[in-house]
Design a protein around this ligand. Structure first.
Ligand code: ADP
Ligand code: MN
Length: 515
């Protein structure tokens, strides 16, 4: 019997002689075997189909005009969305099955083999990535077939009529069967390995081809998913998160995109009726989606790596988790500011890399940035003193330095200034905290000076007014040097005492400007 052999197409009518002799009786529906040519053309058909799919499903997940996720339309409006969600479900089920197989495969063995590389959903994407065993060892492998006899260099073994060469059909067939193990684990090869199956070269090659093309296909799909994560507005996983927020009633409608930055995309949404921890959802929300592209965040390492609050965690995390940490950081910082009464968005909820907060603006129109709004001189002056006050309270009451403060991250709304974008904010004792503060002061000082506010403190005066330090250097270079010396002193102190306490001596608290 040749179970995988190339059989002729079944004929209609009474089965061929071998069928009636079959001890298991005549199969009701003859199994459809096919010729090698069919296999090959089937492959061709698949390739063509894949091409078609690629053309029909461009990877762009465009942000639609008007509401793009609402309670009503999400189920049916977008075939692409639906397909992506189904695909994601499928991938998850597939991975779950793979994990079961992996478990069965490894059994109680102390040495286990990981199937991780064959998963559809990248381990970084799943939450269970920590408990994966990813080292491999094949010393003990109960399922591995005995090694086929190795033919020595001379090309044959045995003597006389027992000679077998490397071309021997049986040896060759066994070798081919054993080599099937190299196919990806999801590739169905049956239990041929256990039953001393001998595969002809022809069949083996066809199978190998097919296994490789399946693997490539899977890799391509994966790459595409990754790519869309990096480049486009929202990747399927984020979309699913957003969808859940809408279907859970927390959000009513997500109307569209407000801003696409290097590191985040911000959407506008109308709040839903559900309450989150007894908090009433604001009528309008901003959703900040931290981009899961890794490149942009590399140069931000220094903000978070040296932040002692995150220090212990940093080294253990994978890049995707680090990005979630940015969102988490923004949430914590906003909460501190909220508690101190500094005008800023109010946190609604954080889910992974998606932060929902109250919307600063009205009727879907975000409040203008200070850089874009034309204020009269009275408002400009008012804004300046308000910013001075906010910077002081941020430092003193929240123990924070904004670290990216400029007219781009201050909004003008309801006749006052609002601080936003605080994911990179750090505590003043951060090894570069005072440098960040000095940079903030320079931006603020320059902006209001150009804006014609005569009372504006220069950057060094502003720095002292905010920090309560009394650096007397007359010029910028010396001032900067003193700042760095202070930072170094503090770091040394931390090194020696293992504690993060500020050693900055102040001549009493700076007078906080009251609006
Ligand atoms: P980025 O890191 O991309 O600069 P931001 O937090 O500054 O992220 O947000 C980008 C833009 O989105 C802001 O300049 C602002 O116009 C808008 N935006 C962000 N948060 C809000 C909010 N809570 N309310 C209204 N607009 C917001
Ligand atoms: Mn910003």
């Amino acid at each position: 019997m040749d179970p995988v052999g190339v059989a002729a197409a079944p004929e209609a009518g009474p089965g061929p002689a071998w069928q009636s002799k079959c001890p298991w009786g005549t199969p009701k529906t003859a199994s459809i075997s096919c010729s090698l040519a069919d296999v090959m053309s089937e492959q061709l058909a698949k390739e063509l189909q894949l091409e078609e799919e690629n053309a029909a499903f461009p990877e762009v997940v465009a942000v639609a005009e008007g509401p793009f996720i609402t309670g009503e339309n999400v189920d049916t409006s977008s075939d692409l969305m639906l397909a992506q969600m189904l695909q994601m479900e499928f991938d998850r089920e597939y991975d779950a099955q793979l994990r079961r197989e992996e478990k069965k495969f490894n059994g109680d063995s102390k040495v286990s083999i990981s199937f991780e590389n064959y998963r559809k959903v990248h381990p970084f994407d799943s939450d269970s990535s920590e408990d994966e065993v990813d080292w491999q060892d094949t010393r003990h492998d109960p399922y591995r077939a005995d090694k086929p006899t190795i033919t020595p260099k001379k090309g044959f073994i045995g003597k006389g009529k027992d000679i077998t060469t490397k071309h021997d059909e049986v040896v060759c067939g066994r070798k081919n069967t054993a080599r099937m193990e190299n196919f990806a684990p999801e590739f169905q090869v049956g239990d041929g390995i256990g039953m001393d199956l001998k595969l002809s070269n022809q069949v083996f090659n066809a199978l190998k081809q097919h296994a490789y093309s399946e693997e490539r296909r899977s890799a391509r799909l994966h790459e595409k998913k990754e790519h869309s994560t990096a480049e486009k507005a929202v990747d399927p996983k984020t979309r699913l998160l957003l969808y859940k927020m809408v279907s859970g009633g927390m959000l009513e409608t997500i109307t569209g995109c407000i801003s696409t930055g290097k590191e985040s995309v911000v959407f506008h949404a109308y709040g839903g009726n559900a309450t989150e921890d007894d908090k009433v959802i604001p009528p309008e929300c901003a959703i900040k989606v931290f981009k899961t592209t890794l490149n942009e965040f590399k140069n931000r390492d220094k903000y978070i790596k040296d932040d002692y609050r995150f220090k212990d965690r940093f080294s253990k995390l994978n890049p995707r988790k680090i990005i979630r940490m940015w969102a988490e950081k923004e949430m914590h910082n906003l909460t501190r500011m909220q508690n101190a009464g500094i005008p800023c968005p109010q946190v609604v909820i954080l889910k992974k890399h998606v932060l929902v907060m109250s919307f600063i603006g009205q009727d879907q129109v975000p409040a203008p940035k200070l850089k874009d709004v034309k204020l009269n001189s009275e408002d400009m002056k008012k804004a300046y003193y308000q910013v001075l006050n906010m910077m002081q309270r941020l430092y003193k009451e929240c123990n924070l330095v904004h670290a990216d403060l400029s007219e781009y991250n201050m909004l003008w709304h309801d006749g006052k200034v609002w601080f936003i974008d605080v994911s990179q904010s750090v505590e003043p004792t951060h090894p570069h905290g005072l440098e960040f503060l000095f940079r903030d002061c320079r931006n603020v000082s320059q902006f209001f000076q150009k804006g014609g506010v005569a009372e504006t403190l220069n950057e060094r005066e502003l720095f002292n007014a905010v920090s309560g330090l009394n650096i007397t250097a007359e010029n910028e270079v010396d001032f900067q040097a003193e700042i760095e010396a202070l930072e170094k002193m503090n770091e040394d102190h931390v090194q020696n005492h293992g504690k993060k306490v500020s050693t900055f001596s102040t001549d009493g608290d700076p007078p906080i400007y009251n609006e």
